[in-house]
Design a protein around this ligand. Structure first.
Ligand SMILES: O=C(CO)[C@H](O)[C@H](O)COP(=O)(O)O
Length: 221
């Protein structure tokens, strides 16, 4: 599995060119990408990274990847990120690591959102619980609102305490079963007071690289 993540990372860094501003996603697959990027940087590649989580920021700094402040750039050339599930239309479920808000911002700001996944995450229809970042204040009311839209809500815990995102919020993992219309599910969640952002990335990814055994397959929109 780690070898496959390394192969995906090698393929992903081929999209990074001299002078680019690069969105750095989050998660174990992206960590491999950070390592490959650091290798290229040590060979002379000049880029600037925009991290999508505090964990990614810390790891990128440790590896010596130059970072820039998100507020100082208008657009990113490419963002490389993982996902929990990807459907046939390149819609994604993200947020397994709880970084969905910053990942969505970074993805939105990028000309090319490149997703790297193992084959088992490549599905016909999204169906995993959707992580939803909510403001802690009044979160039970927000959860009740989500249940009214048909979702079964579980608050994410870490060491018996509520998981706290980089933005100081909670994550509600919301099961809807198979999503026939991810766009509509996302829209109805976004209308609820207390919802900061959802882990449904609809119509955002432009390139998906899938690890299949010892090979990688690239699909582009
Ligand atoms: O969305 C994410 C974090 O919020 C990750 O990209 C997603 O969970 C995939 O992680 P991994 O590469 O470790 O399987």
């Amino acid at each position: 599995m780690e070898q496959q993540k390394e192969r995906l990372a090698k393929e992903a860094v081929k999209y990074v060119e001299e002078g680019m501003v690069v969105g750095l996603g989050s998660g174990s697959t992206v960590n491999w990408t950070l390592e490959k990027l650091a290798e290229e940087i040590s060979r002379g590649l000049k880029i600037k990274g925009v991290p999508s989580s505090k964990k990614t920021e810390a790891y990128a700094r440790k590896l010596g990847i130059p970072l820039t402040d998100f507020s100082k750039v208008d657009q990113l050339d490419v963002a490389i990120d993982g996902a929990n599930e990807v459907d046939e239309n390149f819609n994604l479920i993200k947020g397994g690591g709880g970084s969905l808000f910053r990942e969505k911002m970074v993805g939105l700001a990028s000309k090319n959102l490149l997703i790297i996944i193992e084959n088992k995450k490549n599905v016909a229809q999204l169906g995993l619980p959707v992580p939803v970042e909510v403001v802690p204040y009044g979160w039970r009311l927000t959860a009740a609102g989500i249940e009214k839209t048909g979702g079964k809500v579980r608050i994410r815990k870490h060491n018996d305490k509520c998981f706290i995102t980089d933005n100081g919020n909670y994550i509600l993992d919301c099961s809807f079963g198979n999503l026939n219309d991810p766009y509509r599910t996302n829209q109805s969640l976004k209308l609820l007071v207390g919802v900061v952002e959802t882990g449904l990335f609809v119509n955002m990814a432009s390139t998906v690289i899938v690890g299949k055994g010892e090979k990688v397959e690239t699909m582009a929109k």
